[in-house]
Design a protein around this ligand. Structure first.
Ligand SMILES: [Zn+2]
Ligand SMILES: [Zn+2]
Length: 366
């Protein structure tokens, strides 16, 4: 099968390679990928600017869903043909305090798909049973591939932030994660919702408007600090979500967060910051980090998607095939578009999604 492989630790050492279909263990399934989201992390791996090291060679791609093509001998509760979406914690130890308390995303031995173990920009992925969730029948594969970034936003805004209905929130950076954080804050009743981003990426600001932003600040034209303070009567916002991650964004967050408010930092930024954190003290504000997600978050997000609370179609700017990867990565990197979904096995009918097709319990390897 063909796969998108990062094969070296220098920029652009990524190419399509022929690789074997993975062998599965007793507790694994073989997942035939149907849709895989392209993440900012994938672009960073391509350019080799990631915050964390990766093992090479590795097949990239961690935002994926598909159909079970084979099940291991010890797998219970899943059958060939099931439509599933996979979490990203491919390997965990199962024994550390984080694993024992269900917070396995913080397991020190965690390895994620697409950088620690082989990921999903290919036809088949080996997935341990514990990563699987059923994709609701009314959710397409393209939308299912967006579950993972939505889970990041759920963890950041619903779990780790204090959001009160009827209170304003500011989202810095309208990339896919920022746009999902906007939707989460909206789902929790926060408002007005203010989104700040650069007008050099107009599609993202437009998506923020479509997805329910009450006010949009084009930071290439307007000063975000004075604009937010004017909008909030000088009080600032009780919640700032920093989905940009750079020093400039943190500086804006420190100046716009309300007294006793919270800054939730979801955007990564490997560069050191050179500013004083004293505003956190004088305002008694909190700076909250956030990372990844776990089982209950996936179930909740899938329910939100099935119920239509989260809108996914406005997030998708590209639908593509594996061979288009380089032009799509280039587009996203240069600020064109929002989210790309790579499609696999499109020749197979989508079972259970309104096609009237019977489910075929067949294994393509038989
Ligand atoms: Zn991702
Ligand atoms: Zn562990």
């Amino acid at each position: 099968m063909r796969a998108l492989v990062k094969y070296g630790n220098r920029p652009r050492q990524v190419e399509i390679r022929e690789v074997p279909v993975p062998e599965i263990g007793a507790g694994d399934v073989l997942l035939a990928t149907r849709a895989v989201g392209v993440c900012g992390w994938d672009l960073e791996m391509w350019q080799h600017t990631m915050a964390n090291p990766v093992t090479v060679p590795v097949i990239q791609g961690h935002e994926f869903c598909g159909v079970i093509a084979a099940v291991g001998a010890a797998v219970r509760g899943w059958r060939v043909g099931d439509r599933v979406v996979s979490e990203t914690s491919a390997v965990i130890c199962g024994a550390c305090p984080q694993c024992r308390t269900g917070n396995y995303q913080f397991c020190p031995d965690r390895k994620g798909f697409g950088y620690g173990v082989d990921g999903a920009f290919t036809d088949y992925v080996r997935v341990r049973e514990g990563c699987l969730h059923r994709l609701p029948d009314n959710v397409s594969f393209d939308h299912g591939a967006l579950t993972e970034p939505a889970c990041v936003a759920y963890q950041s805004v619903a779990v780790l932030s204090r959001v009160l209905p009827g209170t304003p929130a500011l989202i810095l950076g309208p990339g896919p994660i920022g746009l999902f954080c906007l939707q989460m804050a909206r789902a929790q009743g926060a408002g007005p919702l203010i989104v700040a981003g650069t007008g050099r990426r107009p599609e993202r600001l437009e998506a923020a408007r479509i997805l329910g932003a009450d006010a949009i600040i084009d930071i290439s034209r307007d000063d975000p600090v004075s604009t937010v303070m004017a909008m909030t009567g000088g009080r600032g916002v009780p919640l700032v979500v920093d989905a940009a991650g750079n020093e400039k964004a943190l500086a804006v967050a420190l100046r716009t967060v309300a007294r006793q408010g919270q800054i939730t930092k979801v955007g990564w930024g490997p560069e050191p910051v050179g500013l004083s954190l004293d505003p956190l003290l004088s305002k008694a504000a909190r700076l909250q980090g956030t990372f990844s997600h776990n089982w209950p978050i996936w179930e909740a997000v899938l329910a939100m998607v099935a119920q239509g609370t989260l809108r996914l179609e406005p997030m998708i700017s590209h639908r593509c095939r594996l061979e288009d990867w380089e032009s799509v990565f280039s587009d996203l990197e240069s600020g064109r578009g929002i989210k790309a979904v790579m499609q696999f096995h499109p020749e197979e009918p989508a079972r259970g999604v309104g096609t009237g097709e019977p489910r075929r319990d067949t294994n393509p390897h038989e």
